[in-house]
Unconditional design. Structure first.
Length: 406
């Protein structure tokens, strides 16, 4: 059966996560995704982010790069070289989508702005995804995902009331922007099918992140309340948090929530109604919230005596919301993810067999296909320049000698 995006060609500029993961999802569903790379300025995920195979750093040994780029082709072009720019422009002219996450204005300075590219290819869809969009007084401020997490208000809400804000690990908002970016490209492709017109999409990762702050933003707009840090507490649940369990080998935790009084009764049954749980003050949510410190101390003492699996089994048997706090190793062994085929194994020419993640949405009639690992840098340069642009081996060699393929 034909793959969902068969026949769609995507040219990808940029690096790290926000742009390339969009390309990965499109490629997993059949698009021909061609990464434009350069040995003069490599993707940071190729050389600066561990883990590396055998702890030896190298552009073909980076775990995170291979995790986010399976199924693509890679060519090397020197975009500061006039002939490299010409090759990029000619490739875009044969393509459907361009994804880029350079700093604003970079493509224009390289002679590859949307006004130029769309003249060659009126049906072109160009998605630009960068920190704060292409316009506005702060658009050119440099930053990374962790900075955007703070700018968008997340950091202010993370941590305990008597402590400093806690910075989320990793570029969290990059991955929010991936979801919005993928949906935007698919919508643009659908629109083009009906109108035969391309478009330029300006995706601000900052603004995408704000969508996940809607409850706190609405609380301020409607009630004038500014949300503050409150640890693991929840305004409509008690107990609510993560609690340590008994383990002789490593830290193990569970996350549990009791959302109403009926669930509290089920929680009491699950733990065998110890004396502290029969306290009349804990019968109602109001009473549990008023005595939350003592309540959490009792819950923590109970979970500390039991293995994590035992806690989960007892609470789940009584229809109480509970899940284990998974480690990275736990995720690779998770039966739910295994049943849905979330982890796929691909063979990398340097790193050997690697597990990569499947797209978050599975299409039943045209499921994703992941049969190729992330490309070695420039591995497909000759194939792409010859097969798509019709260049001869001698012409490609001349370009390489001239530095256009660095």
């Amino acid at each position: 059966m034909a793959r969902a995006l068969a026949g769609v060609r995507v040219i990808e500029f940029g690096g790290f996560a926000a742009g390339p993961v969009i390309g990965k999802h499109l490629g997993n569903y059949g698009a021909d995704v061609i990464r434009i790379e350069s040995r003069l300025r490599m993707d940071g995920f190729r050389f600066s982010y561990p883990p590396f195979q055998d702890n030896i750093a190298g552009p073909e040994r980076a775990g995170i790069f291979n995790f986010y780029n399976d199924g693509k082709r890679s060519i090397t072009l020197n975009l500061k070289h006039p002939r490299g720019q010409e090759l990029a422009r000619n490739l875009v002219a044969t393509s459907d989508v361009v994804i880029e996450n350079f700093t604003p204005g970079t493509l224009q300075r390289l002679g590859l702005g949307y006004s130029t590219l769309s003249t060659d290819n009126p049906g072109l869809i160009l998605l630009s995804t960068c920190n704060q969009g292409q316009s506005g007084p702060h658009a050119h401020h440099r930053g990374f995902g962790s900075h955007l997490t703070s700018l968008s208000g997340f950091t202010h809400l993370l941590g305990f009331p008597d402590g400093p804000p806690a910075l989320l690990y990793g570029p969290y908002i990059d991955y929010i922007a991936v979801g919005f970016g993928t949906a935007a490209v698919l919508a643009a492709l659908y629109r083009r099918r009906r109108t035969h017109v391309g478009c330029e999409i300006d995706l601000s990762q900052y603004e995408a992140g704000l969508q996940f702050m809607t409850p706190a933003l609405l609380d301020f707009v409607v009630n004038g309340r500014v949300a503050e840090r409150d640890g693991n507490r929840h305004p409509q649940a008690a107990p609510h948090g993560v609690f340590a369990c008994r383990s002789d080998t490593r830290e193990e935790w569970v996350a549990l929530s009791v959302m109403d009084d009926a669930e509290w009764q089920r929680f009491g049954c699950a733990i065998g109604w110890p004396a502290w749980a029969t306290d009349a003050r804990l019968r109602t949510m109001t009473g549990r919230k008023a005595n939350e410190d003592a309540l959490e101390a009792h819950v923590a003492a109970w979970t500390a005596e039991l293995a994590r699996e035992d806690v989960v089994h007892r609470l789940r048997a009584n229809d109480v919301r509970v899940y284990p706090v998974n480690s990275m190793a736990d995720l690779f062994d998770d039966p739910q993810l295994a049943a849905r085929g979330f982890w796929r194994t691909v063979e990398h020419p340097v790193m050997g067999p690697l597990r990569v993640e499947s797209p978050p949405a599975l299409l039943r009639s045209t499921p994703p296909v992941q049969d190729r690992a992330a490309p070695l840098m420039g591995a497909h340069t000759a194939d792409v320049l010859g097969g798509i642009l019709g260049l001869t081996s001698a012409e490609i060699d001349d370009l390489r000698t001239d530095g256009a393929l660095d």
